[in-house]
Structure formats: structure tokens, C-alpha cells
Design a protein around this ligand. Structure first.
Ligand SMILES: [Zn+2]
Length: 144
């Protein structure tokens, strides 16, 4: 069973393309380790949902993790400019941890259009023969 966020565009035959995805922000300066600042930085990706406990506690200063609700149909920048007032800004890279694939042909998550069995049935691997089908019918053998 899959659970999806409901939206007014819900359709029983179409899985939604909006999903939560964790992003890593490596080498983010420590003074940006605040939920509001991180949410503002990643707002170019989608709707920020939350940061992880290590980011909140600043116990892992090498990277910040933030979960963002993104639309798999929308293009996402791989980095964003963080302005720093009168000081120089910097480019912050956004590294997704596990972006699900989405098929724009059958509107399902888990595969993309290049790997769609509905669109390209020849890609489907042959089904393995079930073991019980290989067993001989014992009623017709000559064993006692
Ligand atoms: Zn498909």
C-alpha cells in the first residue's frame, strides 16, 4: 500500500508527482544553521517541510539536511545563490538523497518513461517458472 498526499487534482489512476525528498546542503556556513534560513535557501526547490535533528542541534556542521516537498514534473536547480547582504554571497549546492522516478506515461512512481513496461513491454523481464510446475505428476510414474 502506498500513501500519498491528497490534493484537489487527485485521480485514482494517477499517482501524484509531488513527493517529499531529503536534500543535503554540504559546507553550509554554520551561521545559516537555522530552520528559517535553511527553509529560505531551499525554497527554490519546493515547499520546505523540516530539517533533521542533527541540523537543528548543529551536531553535524559538515552538512545540513532538509526535507522538501517537490514536484517531480518541475525542473529543479542543482544549486542556489545565497546572498549575504553587503558581503559576498555563495552558491549552495542541493544534493537530493533519494529522488523517486516518475513515469509521465502511466503516471506511476517507481520508474521513468525510459523504463516503462506499459510503454515498452519488451523491457519486462521474463517471468521465472514457478518451482511446482517443474515437479512431475507423481500419479503417472511407475514408482511403487
Ligand atoms: Zn510507466
Amino acid at each position: 500500500m502506498k500513501i500519498f498526499k491528497w490534493s484537489p487534482a487527485f485521480h485514482v489512476d494517477k499517482e501524484p508527482s509531488v513527493v517529499p525528498v531529503w536534500f543535503q546542503l554540504h559546507k553550509l556556513p554554520l551561521h545559516y544553521f537555522h530552520k528559517e534560513a535553511i527553509f529560505q535557501i531551499v525554497s527554490v526547490l519546493g515547499v520546505p517541510l523540516f530539517v533533521d535533528a542533527a541540523t537543528l542541534a548543529t551536531s553535524r556542521p559538515s552538512l545540513a539536511r532538509v526535507c522538501v516537498e517537490i514536484d517531480l514534473f518541475q525542473a529543479r536547480p542543482s544549486r542556489g545563490w545565497v546572498g549575504n547582504g553587503k558581503y559576498e554571497g555563495f552558491w549552495q549546492s542541493f544534493i537530493p538523497e533519494n529522488t523517486p522516478k516518475y513515469c509521465s506515461h502511466c503516471y506511476r512512481q517507481g520508474h521513468d518513461i525510459e523504463g516503462c513496461y506499459v510503454l515498452k513491454p519488451e523491457l519486462r523481464p521474463p517471468r521465472a517458472e514457478k518451482p511446482y510446475q517443474r515437479v512431475k505428476d507423481r500419479s503417472q510414474t511407475s514408482e511403487p
